[in-house]
Design a binder for this molecule. Structure first.
Ligand code: PLP
Length: 407
């Protein structure tokens, strides 16, 4: 028997377009406005406008030279292949030692999972821990990826407001009231994006007490842990009875000016680490091997650049805060960490989004609306001070002139 050939008759097909049929969950996925504002600012620059970039959250410093050399040597030395999903043993050991030293605890390499940047730890933890309908408490205003990922996995995003009158430190009594039997995870971020707020040791201890013996995990985003200007960093990982319930997120992007290398890590109980490594196997296979070798050098090599950057950010913070406080309608706290300032702009009479857009379009200063960090960010805008003092000064002059011109 001969098979009948399927005849292709064009007339049977309509010329209708095929609408994109996205999965339902894509509607719930948010974004990070910094990248969109950057695109808008670049478009203005392409038309010949001069823009001061205070929108994007990345150090304006270059990766330290010793780290670059280590990366190049690794490429030449054959670190161009797949490696273990959880990370190269050398880097996991280095991270365990560093995290332990900095936080005064003992950490084993089995607790460490290396990933491409800090963000995947948020993504993977949400996928691994939050079922649909579970509640996840997250800081608001806060890094927008938290809310985006909670919604994406179908969990319920429960904001804990961070208020200016508390220097943007959460109120633990309010947190205690938000905890329910469905609470699965609480996200902490100190020093914080976008506020620069820093949780004190007592704040962390109070959070631990509020959670008590409930089986709730804390994702402690400590990506700015080395950028503290006043006070000391404290991690829930350092509280022995909370060790099993803490996931630490940290990385190389901010501390070593390595945003483009994509290198971060999580520290967590080994059984969870194995599951997060499985998510790595399913998504990235592994973090780039030569990047990891550069990261190992960053941890063990000369740390002078870390301190140099910290000092520079501190001076720029002061320049920006003092300058903003002289401008009518602006009121700005002096943040204790990270490289952002988060002025209250209610006195200008503008909404956050309107003001951020007008400053870009009319004054040539790119910044972000506070509302891009959640509802409780309305009334504020975020400036990154990861730019030169000359450019920060230029931005201040432009904002002041713009405000004056508007009466
Ligand atoms: N967590 C916070 C609070 C951040 O601000 C950022 C980056 O801006 C990240 C995580 C992600 O860092 P990475 O670039 O290493 O993914």
């Amino acid at each position: 028997m001969t098979a009948t050939a399927i005849r292709f008759d064009r007339s049977e097909f309509s010329n209708q377009p095929f609408p994109l049929r996205l999965a339902e969950r894509m509607r719930r996925l948010g974004t990070e406005t910094a990248f969109e504002v950057l695109v808008r600012a670049r478009a203005l620059e392409a038309k010949g406008r001069d823009v001061v970039h205070l929108e994007i959250g990345e150090p304006d410093f270059d990766t330290p030279q010793n780290v670059i050399e280590a990366g190049v040597n690794a490429l030449r030395g054959g670190f161009t292949h797949y490696g273990p999903s959880a990370g190269l043993p050398k880097l996991r050991e280095g991270i365990a030692a560093e995290v332990g030293r900095f936080r005064n605890i003992q950490v084993s390499p089995e607790e460490v999972v290396v990933v491409p940047g800090g963000k995947p730890i948020i993504f993977f933890c949400m996928l691994a821990l939050a079922n649909e309908g579970d509640e996840v408490i997250y800081p608001n205003p806060g890094f927008p990826i938290y809310e985006s990922m909670i919604n994406f996995v179908g969990a319920r995003a429960v904001p804990i407001p961070l208020r200016e009158e508390r220097q943007f430190r959460l109120d633990v009594n309010e947190l205690a009231r938000l905890i329910t039997p469905r609470t699965r995870l609480i996200i902490l971020n100190s020093p914080a994006n976008p506020t620069g707020g820093v949780l004190e040791e007592q704040d962390i201890r109070d959070v631990v007490t509020a959670i008590g013996d409930r089986n709730i995990m804390v994702l402690s985003d400590e990506i700015y842990s080395r950028l503290i200007f006043e006070g000391q960093h404290f991690s829930p990982l350092s509280v022995p009875e909370f060790r099993e319930r803490t996931i630490l997120l940290d990385g190389f992007s901010k501390t070593y000016a390595m945003t483009g290398w994509r290198l971060g890590y999580g520290v967590m109980r080994p059984d969870l680490a194995a599951h997060i490594a499985r998510l790595m196997t399913n998504s990235n296979s592994c973090t780039a091997s030569f990047t990891q070798m550069a990261g190992a050098e960053a941890l063990t090599g000369d740390q002078a650049s870390v301190e140099r950057m910290r000092q520079a950010f501190r001076e720029r913070r002061d320049l920006m805060v003092d300058g903003l406080n002289r401008i009518k309608g602006f009121r700005c706290l002096r943040p204790k960490g990270a490289f952002y300032v988060f002025p209250n702009i209610e006195g200008t009479g503008w909404t956050s989004q309107q003001l951020a857009s007008a400053l870009l379009d009319e004054a040539g200063v790119a910044c972000l609306s506070g509302a891009a960090f959640g509802n409780y960010g309305e009334g504020y805008i975020r400036f990154s001070v990861a730019n030169s003092p000359e450019n920060i000064q230029k931005a201040l002059e432009r904002i002041e002139e713009w405000v004056k011109a508007r009466g």
